[in-house]
Design a protein around this ligand. Structure first.
Ligand code: KE4
Length: 436
C-alpha cells in the first residue's frame, strides 16, 4: 500500500494540521525525522500518549515503537515520572541557579557509567556531543576528529560531513551552511573497519583529538560493533593519545544500566548521553575522567554554558526515570519482548519471501530490507527503502507506529505487553505481504 492510498478520512485532522504547520515551520516540523520524508504521506499529529500507545488527533491508537526516538524506555506517562514532575512544577519551572536535583542526576549517571567520574548536564544530545568534541580538542590541543559513516551525533557543524574519497581524506560539508573550515578537520571512516582506523591513525595519528562513535549504531538502523573493531578503537586511541568519545545518547541506559560500553567493552575517555536521562524532557550530558571534565569552565578554560541546563522539570523526570531503571530494572523483560518481536518479524519476512535481515541489540532493533549482514553504511545504504515505505504504511494502517525510516532503530518499552508484540507480528505478516 503506497502512502498516497492511506485512508485519509481516518486522518483528516492530521492532514489539516500538517497543512497549517507547513505554513508556519520548515517542512511543518521541528525536527526533519518527523516529516515522514523517507516514507511519504502525512505525518500524524499526536494528541496524547500512554504506556505503549500513541493517540493521534483523529482518535486513532497506535502501538508505539518510536518512544520519542528512545527516551520513553519506561513507556509514556510512567506514574513515578508524572508524580516527580507534579512535585517539581509545584516549585516552579526554571531558576538559573544550582539545584540539588542536578547533583542527584549527576550522581546517578556517575554511579551507573563506570567510565564517568564527573558530568556536565546540557539540554540535548547535540549539545552534549558538540561540547565533548570541544573539550577533547581543548584537552589534547589537537584539531582532527574521526567519525563513522552512518553514525549520527546531532547537528554539529563538524559532524555534518561527507566521507572523503579514502579513509585518510579529510571530509567535506554535507549540508549547506557548514563551511569547509568546519569540516576539513573531520575524517569519516567506515564503521567496523579496523583497516580504515589503522590507515587514518597511521597518516594523521598525532593530529587526532578524538574518535567519536555510536557504541551500537542506531542511526543507520541497528549495527553492532565487531569484537575486532572494539579492540582496534581502544588500542589505537590509546596508542596515539587520542580521546575516545562514546556517543551513548541513544544507547545509554537503553542497552544496559551502564550503557553499551559496559556490554561491548569500549573504554571511552568521554561519554555523551541524552534521551533516557531526561525521561522525555530535554536533558543531555557529557562526562568522563575527572581530569578531563575539570577543564570545562568554570573549573577549567573550555567554554560551555546553557540557560536551561539542569532544568528542574527535566532533572525531575530524569531522576525518576533512572531511579525506576535502577530499582526495578526492566532489561530482562525488554530482552524477552524484543527477542519475541524480532523472531516474529523475521518469520513474517520469510513467509513473504522478502530479502531481509534483522539486527537487534537489547530493545533496539531494525528489520533491514537487505539480505545482510550489515556491518556498515556501505551495506545499509543498499536497502530497499521503497519496500520499507510500503511496509511502514501498511503497519500504520493496522495500528502499529514504526520509526518512519529504514535507517532508524525501533524501540521496545517496558510498557509493551506480549499481546502488543503478538498484535504487531500479526500486522507485520499482512504488511510484509502487501509491501512485496
Ligand atoms: P538530540 O540533539 O536530537 O537530542 O540528540 C542528537 C543525537 C546524538 N547522538 C545520537 C546517537 C542520536 O541518536 C541523536 C539523535 N537521534 C535522532 C534519532 N535518530 C533524534 C531524532 C530527531 O532528530 O528528531
Amino acid at each position: 500500500m503506497s502512502a498516497s492510498n492511506v485512508d485519509s478520512t481516518a486522518r483528516a485532522r492530521s492532514i489539516a494540521a500538517f497543512e497549517r504547520a507547513q505554513r508556519l515551520m520548515p517542512g511543518g516540523v521541528n525536527s526533519p525525522a518527523r516529516a515522514f520524508g523517507a516514507v511519504g504521506g502525512t505525518p500524524l499529529f499526536i494528541d496524547r500518549a500512554d504506556g505503549a500507545y500513541l493517540f493521534d488527533i483523529d482518535g486513532n491508537r497506535y502501538i508505539d515503537y518510536i518512544g520519542s526516538w528512545g527516551p520513553m524506555i519506561l513507556g509514556h506517562r510512567h506514574p513515578e515520572v508524572i508524580a516527580a514532575l507534579e512535585r517539581a512544577i509545584a516549585h516552579g519551572t526554571s531558576y538559573g541557579a544550582p539545584t540539588e536535583a542536578e547533583s542527584e542526576l549527576a550522581e546517578r549517571i556517575i554511579d551507573a557509567v563506570p567510565s564517568v567520574e564527573m558530568v556536565r548536564l546540557v539540554s540535548s544530545g547535540t549539545e552534549a556531543t558538540m561540547s565533548a568534541i570541544r573539550l577533547a580538542r581543548g584537552c589534547t590541543g589537537r584539531d582532527l576528529l574521526v567519525k563513522f559513516a552512518g553514525n549520527y551525533h546531532g547537528h554539529v557543524d563538524s559532524l555534518l560531513v561527507a566521507a572523503g574519497s579514502s579513509a585518510a581524506t579529510l571530509g567535506a560539508p554535507n549540508s549547506p551552511g557548514v563551511t569547509v573550515g568546519a569540516s576539513r578537520d573531520t575524517l569519516v571512516l567506515q564503521y567496523n573497519s579496523s583497516e580504515d582506523l589503522e590507515q587514518a591513525f597511521a597518516q594523521h595519528g598525532d593530529k587526532i583529538a578524538a574518535v567519536i562513535l555510536e557504541p551500537v549504531v542506531g542511526n543507520m538502523g541497528v549495527v553492532a560493533p565487531t569484537r575486532e573493531f572494539v579492540s582496534a578503537v581502544n588500542r589505537l586511541t590509546k596508542r596515539y593519545d587520542a580521546l575516545l568519545i562514546c556517543d551513548e545518547v541513544m544507547t545509554g541506559f537503553r542497552l544496559a544500566f551502564g550503557g553499551a560500553q559496559s556490554v561491548f567493552g569500549f573504554e571511552p575517555d568521554l561519554t555523551t548521553l541524552g534521551k533516557i536521562v531526561g525521561g522525555g524532557l530535554p536533558v543531555g550530558a557529557y562526562g568522563g575522567r575527572a581530569e578531563l571534565m575539570k577543564q570545562v569552565l568554570p573549573s577549567g578554560k573550555v567554554f560551555q554554558a546553557g540557560t536551561l541546563s539542569g532544568n528542574p522539570l527535566a532533572t525531575a523526570a530524569g531522576n525518576a526515570t533512572l531511579r525506576v531503571l535502577k530499582e526495578q530494572p526492566p532489561y530482562d523483560w525488554l530482552e524477552f519482548l524484543s527477542a519475541r518481536l524480532a523472531n516474529g518479524l523475521k518469520h513474517a519476512a520469510e513467509k513473504a519471501g522478502a530479502p531481509h535481515s534483522i539486527a537487534r541489540v537489547g530493545s533496539m532493533l531494525t528489520l533491514f530490507f537487505h539480505p545482510g549482514p550489515i556491518h556498515s553504511w556501505r551495506e545499509a545504504s543498499q536497502c530497499d527503502t521503497a519496500r520499507f515505505a510500503r511496509y511502514f504504511w501498511a503497519l500504520m494502517e493496522r495500528g502499529v507506529y514504526m520509526p518512519c525510516s529504514q535507517f532508524e532503530a525501533l524501540f521496545v518499552s517496558a510498557a509493551h505487553t506480549e499481546a502488543d508484540i503478538d498484535a504487531t507480528i500479526a500486522a507485520a505478516e499482512e504488511a510484509m505481504r502487501l509491501a512485496s
